[in-house]
Design a binder for this molecule. Structure first.
Ligand SMILES: [Zn+2]
Length: 228
């Protein structure tokens, strides 16, 4: 990874959705003291840990990552969107620890447009939205009053945006929505990217993030970046 790529990733922190120091995941929480990333993962918490966080009043909000399992060209893993958005969610939560935790990610999204590429999994709009809603409902039943649905897959954007009013009205809690790439302004993109295209699919943006965030994954760098 080039220094330029690392700087590009760090701009996520500057924009507020990402978190500091991709070089040291989990080492930059609020206050600068070490917090293990597991601390913000609902699925790694015991019921005692979660109960005490919510009943003790320290936990104020949760992030629900939504991703996909879909083809990402020849060089990125199918789980790329889910893995990327979950990482950003965790890094953001670590910056706000102990006030924010991350709910179990939704690993399959709305991807009918990639079903001609082998390996892609897709949910119908109705099923996907029902899963997201019922996770929010579960959190609400446990006392969570604020949820950010943080998305990592383009096909999920419109359905989730359109459903927000209904989610809010049915649950009576604060629910917000962003895709993690919303944090990248045109200036940031122009400064750090060659193509100037963000997010794009399996191209420079996603590949750069994957190479920095998941260096052991099978990201092949400059090879196979063409759409296909
Ligand atoms: Zn993707």
């Amino acid at each position: 990874m080039t220094p330029n790529r690392r700087r590009f990733l760090q701009t996520a922190a500057g924009a507020g959705i990402g978190a500091a120091a991709f070089a040291q995941p989990g080492v930059q929480p609020a206050g600068g003291t070490f917090v293990h990333p597991r601390k913000v993962q609902l699925w790694e918490s015991t019921r005692k840990e979660f109960r005490e966080a919510i009943e003790g009043g320290s936990l104020k909000a949760m992030i629900l990552p939504t991703g996909s399992t879909e083809q990402h060209n020849e060089h990125l893993a199918m789980i790329n969107d889910t893995a990327s958005v979950t990482l950003i969610a965790e890094l953001a939560a670590l910056r706000l620890y102990p006030q924010v935790m991350v709910a179990t990610p939704v690993p399959v999204g709305i991807s009918p447009h990639w079903m001609d590429r082998k390996g892609t999994l897709t949910l119908t709009r109705e099923t996907f939205l029902a899963v997201c809603f019922e996770i929010c409902d579960s959190l609400k039943q446990h006392g969570v009053q604020k949820i950010l649905i943080l998305n990592g897959h383009g096909g999920n954007v419109r359905p989730l945006r359109e459903s927000l009013p209904e989610f809010r009205q049915k649950l009576g809690i604060q629910i917000e929505f962003n895709s993690y790439w919303d944090a990248y302004t045109k200036d940031i993109v122009n400064k750090h990217m060659e193509s100037g295209v963000a997010p794009g699919h399996a191209a420079e943006f996603e590949t750069s993030l994957a190479m920095a965030a998941f260096p052991r994954a099978r990201a092949l760098g400059g090879r196979g970046l063409r759409q296909g």
